[in-house]
Design a protein. Structure first.
Length: 478
């Protein structure tokens, strides 16, 4: 009853405020004090009147009317946002920053976008989300998320000169307002809440954590550090026949897909995943990738390391990208959600499930697990390198020196990755940041009584992929 009364009184003030704004009502300090006394008496009368049982029903009806109006306003906003956003025909998310800049629209189109998002922002800001249901609240938050990030993009696009020559052999740091563009791309790719300097420190902590886990496995092997490294480089781990590589992945699929049903929901509803050797030359610089129900592994002109089979399959197939993208067709998703794709969630999920390799049967030996940490070290180093190259302006020489400080004898991979980060700023950070948030949520959930993997993952995927900062707002207490 008290909450209804407070809500009603607030609405009276809001209504009075809106009327004042409508007629541009101006008051000086003395008038404001007089008006405050008048409003105070008005509230006292409302409270006294509400305590009268004869008036209570009328107040409750007014409350329901105001509440219904709020929801009607939101439904109209949601519909207008959906239709207006589609009408703008904005370019999709581009991984190469040169494509991002080359796809900037004309000045008149940018102004049209500005009017749309500013108008939506005004309406969004005036809504009270407290009475929205769970799906409506998620849509409300996503609309606010997209309004904010698009207004930031528009402010940068207004300053862009289309006559500037750009190429992806130079980092985005080299273009006008390069640091600002990179900060925007971090928010677009990773999450709206992230900041470059904080992510750099996060990367350093991840490097340290990964090295500790690698040391742990070396000690478990019973070998000295030198002998352990020699064994890792031995022919024991190499597959020389291309057909045997595919056979290895098929065997892994048979093991993992069965075990996945114990800790992940919807497994029986996920279509079978195909396994093929990669053929896309544009993706030859990545070890593996997923597209259209198929997991592709890249096989170069050198033997394939069997330590990569477990985590490759888990990351790209089931319960990784194939599973995650399939789930979006099974769970409750709104039209607003289906407008957008959030890489921080998608790539973070792929990296997160690698940590469950033992439960999935993918890591039969410490060396299978070590293969996961070997690439995790590269991912962690890339967090710092990406920010160093694209926000701090590091040269290739400085970037390579940082790499060699943490990773030994992999300079060819380093050069490939440095070129990738210059072309694709911010993209490589999605893996580590999303993974870290999911692991943090898992840790919190495990500390509560009655923890169940399947229920936890069902909650994560309640609405499919969402911005990472919004996933953190979910209630995992059930």
């Amino acid at each position: 009853m008290k909450l209804k009364l407070i809500f009603f009184i607030s609405s009276v003030f809001l209504f009075s405020s809106l009327i004042s704004q409508e007629v541009n009502f101006q008051i000086d300090e003395d008038s404001w004090q007089a008006d405050f006394k008048f409003q105070k008496k008005k509230v006292e009368k409302i409270v006294t009147s509400y305590q009268n049982p004869e008036n209570k029903q009328t107040f409750d009806e007014m409350y329901d009317l105001i509440n219904s109006s709020q929801k009607s306003d939101f439904n109209l906003l949601r519909e207008d946002f959906y239709n207006g956003y589609n009408a703008l025909e904005l370019p999709g998310l581009q991984v190469n920053y040169v494509d991002v800049l080359n796809n900037i629209q004309t000045k008149s189109q940018i102004e049209k976008q500005s009017i749309f998002f500013s108008s939506m922002n005004d309406r969004w800001s005036n809504l009270n989300p407290n009475k929205l249901n769970e799906q409506e609240l998620l849509d409300y938050r996503i609309i606010g998320y997209e309004i904010s990030i698009n207004l930031e993009r528009i402010s940068l696009e207004r300053k862009w000169d289309n006559s500037i020559k750009i190429n992806d052999k130079e980092s985005i740091y080299s273009v006008p307002f390069g640091k600002e563009w990179y900060t925007y791309l971090l928010k677009r790719w990773v999450d709206i809440s992230v900041k470059p300097n904080e992510l750099f420190e996060f990367g350093l902590k991840e490097i340290h954590k990964v090295k500790l886990n690698m040391d742990r496995l070396q000690q478990q092997s019973g070998l000295s550090g030198v002998d352990f490294e020699k064994y890792l480089e031995s022919d024991h781990f190499l597959i020389h026949e291309p057909n045997e590589v595919k056979e290895g992945f098929i065997k892994m699929r048979n093991i993992v897909d069965v075990n996945a049903s114990n800790i992940f929901p919807y497994i029986t509803q996920i279509p079978n995943v195909n396994i093929e050797k990669g053929t896309n030359e544009d993706l030859a610089h990545v070890p593996a990738y997923y597209n259209n129900n198929t997991f592709y592994y890249n096989l170069f002109d050198e033997p394939f390391n069997k330590r990569q089979i477990g985590w490759f399959y888990v990351h790209e197939a089931i319960p990784g990208h194939h599973y995650q993208s399939s789930i979006n067709t099974l769970v409750n998703r709104s039209d607003i959600q289906n407008l957008f794709w959030y890489p921080g969630f998608a790539e973070g999920w792929g990296a997160y499930v690698e940590h469950l390799g033992k439960e999935l049967g993918a890591y039969k030996t410490i060396y299978d697990e070590y293969g996961k940490w070997e690439w995790d070290l590269i991912r962690s180093v890339r967090v710092c390198l990406d920010i160093g190259i694209n926000h701090k302006g590091w040269s290739d020489k400085k970037a390579l020196a940082f790499w060699n400080q943490h990773i030994i004898d992999k300079e060819e991979i380093a050069k490939r990755e440095i070129s990738r980060m210059k072309r694709w700023p911010a993209q490589v950070i999605t893996y580590k940041y999303g993974e870290a948030v999911l692991l943090s949520l898992l840790k919190e959930a495990k500390n509560k009584p009655g923890f169940n993997y399947k229920k936890f993952h069902e909650k994560v995927f309640e609405h499919g992929d969402v911005p990472i900062s919004l996933l953190k707002l979910y209630d995992f207490s059930d």
